[in-house]
Design a protein around this ligand. Structure first.
Ligand code: BG6
Ligand code: MG
Length: 223
């Protein structure tokens, strides 16, 4: 019998709205390169690594062969420097609605909490939000080889929590992230539209709808 023993969260777009800052920083870079950029295209970048995001933008603009590897690294760094200036303003007030109450409920129920982020800025964002002590483990981009949709980051978080994969719930806002959770053999909660979160096991429109009772009910009802 499966039991809910851990909830593993994505960071950007789930705990806080840094997905918006990633969007703004990529949009600025893309437009500087003469490549059009909108929210629909941005959905494909959610959850994937910095370099992979840049590659997708360059392909979109037909410019994938215009830059050397060193130049691409410079472009990625330029985006990251812009992103870092945007996240400087993050405070605990920037936690998404209902997230802290949800974390408290999970903690109170003695269920483990993990973070599985594709971002190299994850620790600094968690520190600015002052929520580090809720997490029993944090796995970020610096410690995994394969980025989402590969399941590695979720598998590693579960291993570090010492919880069987089938007893874990993952929470994501990205298509690549939902795929990673499913490939890890976990139950996927998707935050977002029905279209974008189509592969999730349970979909909520916003984090404000997340409650432990509901997530547990859906988790236990799933095969
Ligand atoms: C993910 C975001 O969490 O982290 C992506 O959803 C982002 O949009 C990726 O590109 C990498 O982040 P960073 O901070 O390492 O550039
Ligand atoms: Mg995300």
């Amino acid at each position: 019998m499966k039991e809910l023993h851990a909830v593993i969260f994505d960071l950007d777009g789930v705990i806080t709205d840094t997905a918006e800052y990633h969007y703004l920083a990529w949009k600025a870079l893309a437009e500087e390169l003469g490549i059009s950029f909108d929210r629909e295209f941005n959905e494909q970048l959610k959850g994937i690594s910095r370099m992979e995001s840049l590659e997708k933008i360059l392909i979109k603009g037909g410019k994938e062969n215009e830059f050397t590897y060193e130049e691409k690294e410079k472009l990625a760094t330029q985006k990251n420097e812009h992103y870092k200036t945007l996240i400087k303003r993050i405070t605990p007030n920037d936690l998404l609605p209902g997230i802290e109450a949800f974390l408290q409920e999970i903690k109170a129920a003695n269920i483990k909490i993990g973070l599985a982020s594709a971002s190299k800025n994850a620790f600094s964002v968690i520190e600015s939000l002052q929520v580090g002590n809720y997490f029993d483990t944090i796995v970020d981009a610096a410690t995994v080889k394969n980025s989402k949709p590969d399941p590695e980051v979720f598998l590693k978080a579960a291993d570090q929590l010492n919880v069987a994969y089938e007893n874990c719930v993952g929470v994501e806002d990205a298509e690549a992230g939902v795929e990673a959770i499913k490939r890890a053999g976990m139950f996927a909660v998707g935050v977002g539209t029905k279209e974008a979160m189509a592969k999730a096991d349970y979909i909520v429109n916003s984090t404000g709808e997340l409650t432990l009772a509901k997530v547990k009910e859906k988790f236990l009802a799933a095969k």
